[in-house]
Write a protein that binds this ligand. Sequence first.
Ligand SMILES: [Fe+2]
Length: 309
Amino acid sequence: MGVVTLPLEIVRDTTQKSAEQARLWCRQLEEGNILLFPQTPVALENAEDAQFLLGLEQSRSVLHKNLAYQVATDRIVGANLCSANSAAHARLRAILRGYSQRVTEFLVGFLVPYQARWQVDYTSFRPIEEQGRNLPLRKRNDLLHMDAFPTRPTQGARILRFFQNIHPTRPREWIVGEPFRALAPQFIPASIAPPRAESVQIRKMRKTVCRAGVGRAIPALQRSPYDRFMLRFHNFLKENSGYQSQGARAAISFPPGSSWMIYTDTVPHAVLSGQYALEQTFLVAPQAMVAPEHAPLSVLESIVGQRLV
Ligand SMILES: [Fe+2]
């Protein structure tokens, strides 16, 4: 099994706001580094909120899996809240809404070169112990993968995620692999073949639904060749037992109270253990990149020699 140099940059002082430093942080992220904040710069508003979140998993009546807050609709999605009482639901929504706002405010000041050219995506709370989860292979978090959203194609926007370990005592254990720019060429031609052209059937369907004005509701029809590739590559890596057992990797332990940030469409990652994490996703515009040559879209387009979005 190969070992990669730990792609970790530790940020102890978030008050250094020179233009050069902010640009360097953006570059480090885009090159496939993880920025680790040993003490999170975005704490929960108060200790009672943390206690509330830590109590949710124990009372299984409130939720059955990861919870996601959608800022665009101000709704909690992706969890079974049928049996939750409305006061608990409202409090949960308020906590995640506030967290999303504070993370966004922090990053506006921290990643200045991006000028907030992003879409604020889901905020999630992950209360389930990751070790030993019984999930279908393609949904497993403990296999190395790069993120690609089946229902939310990004059209080349980058997936930036900000995490926080709110477990009071236990770390969150990850492994990470070589970033996309180094990894992708290793799999030619098995997975890097130019994406298949859209089938005649799909083209006809697209025309029909566009005329009917419902195309935006059918994610498969909005997927660019880039999105289709990234989804295939996500599945390819998880299903590749050779890569999972022998691929180069490094282990990282995120202590309680820490935060970290990573482009999860660039760095293969897997969560081996840990419980209770908060996470905020941003879809960053490709035009905002300070090192665009590291973007998976640029890497792929240079390999296949054609536009993919
Ligand atoms: Fe992931």
